[in-house]
Design a protein around this ligand. Structure first.
Ligand SMILES: Nc1ncnc2c1ncn2[C@@H]1O[C@H](COP(=O)(O)OS(=O)(=O)O)[C@@H](OP(=O)(O)O)[C@H]1O
Length: 303
């Protein structure tokens, strides 16, 4: 094989360095996980250690791009249905984002509070477990998750880009993206699949039968809904319904956040080699585990 010239070596090195710099403008590390500098701070993480969860809290956990905003809307609708008041998120709904004083303010909020989080299992505030709050965890197949993640960084004008899809793919595989590695996240939660206070659901299942998912999730948190109510909530939380209102609910970022909502969009981005690389990583980390089986990786991810 021909040797790389010094000039090419130099350019390669410079390009690598510029990527590192771009990365350090996007992410910072806290206790071994990378987070976006735009919405997370060390001070807030430190304050989060003292957050007092309540048994009635509704904890909605998901890795980024697995449908967190979808769950938030479904639960806002559920609460509006069972109580006369409209549910407004009184703070930025992601638990670990915002200013450090938010946890003090949250003490005043009535139950049930909806807490969305992208934190890995072992980074959640301890009071969630000691006070026995219930946790819903939503997973999405990693290929569509990476695809959605890439588009978000690439398409939204004010969100910094990680570079090309190939660049993003390699950062994703190394876990150098916001909230760290998808695979570490999944391995961590996988150990708790059978915990009594945790319900696992799949984006793909919800996509297939939203009403069944709404019923299952509501029941898990102890909310009793009629068939009609379940249908009305499902109608208001389809992808089409949420995308149509996205500018109103999320401002200019809305249409990017509610982009396509499809299963299998990864096929428009992944090369065969990337697809195989992710299959290998998936097998290495999750094949044969309860979550690996549940994720239906074979059904949704093989071309
Ligand atoms: N109602 C509904 N039905 C189906 N899919 C939906 C729905 N709402 C959100 N989505 C899709 O979820 C993806 C965004 O995930 P998150 O909300 O977790 O994003 S974020 O991490 O909070 O930024 C993003 O996926 P992609 O469209 O593939 O990019 C959204 O479109």
């Amino acid at each position: 094989m021909a040797q790389k010239s010094k000039v090419i070596e130099y350019i390669d090195e410079a390009l690598e360095k510029s990527k590192e710099t771009a990365l350090s403008r996007l992410l910072f590390s806290y206790e071994g996980i990378t987070y976006p500098i735009t919405i997370c701070t060390t001070e807030t993480f430190q304050a989060l250690d003292h957050f007092e969860a309540r048994r009635e809290d509704i904890v909605l956990a998901s890795y980024p791009k697995c449908g967190s905003n979808w769950l938030l809307q479904i639960f806002s609708e559920i609460i509006c249905t069972i109580s006369p008041q409209k549910y407004e998120h009184p703070e930025f709904p992601v638990l670990e984002c915002g200013d450090p004083e938010k946890y003090q303010r949250m003490k005043q909020f009535p139950s049930p509070r909806i807490l969305a989080t992208h934190l890995h299992y072992d980074k959640l505030p301890k009071s969630i477990f000691t006070n026995k709050a219930k946790i819903l965890v939503m997973f999405r197949n990693p290929k569509d998750t990476a695809t959605s993640f890439f588009h978000f960084h690439n398409d939204v004008p004010d969100i910094p880009s990680f570079g090309s899809w190939d660049d993003f793919f390699s950062y994703f595989m190394k876990g150098q993206v916001s909230w760290g590695s998808y695979f570490d996240y999944a391995i961590n939660w996988n150990k708790h699949l059978d915990d009594k206070n945790i319900l696992f659901i799949l984006y793909e299942d919800l996509r297939e039968n939203l009403a069944a998912g709404v019923k299952q999730m509501a029941e898990f948190f102890g909310f009793s809904l009629t068939g009609e109510q379940i249908q009305a909530i499902s109608d208001r939380t389809t992808f089409q319904a949420m995308r149509a209102k996205s500018q109103e609910t999320h401002g200019p970022i809305g249409p990017f956040l509610f982009r396509k909502g499809e299963v299998g969009d990864w096929k428009n981005l992944f090369s065969e080699t990337q697809s195989q690389e992710m299959d290998e990583k998936f097998n290495e980390c999750l094949a044969g585990t309860p979550l690996g089986v549940k994720l239906k990786y074979d059904i949704h991810c093989k071309a």
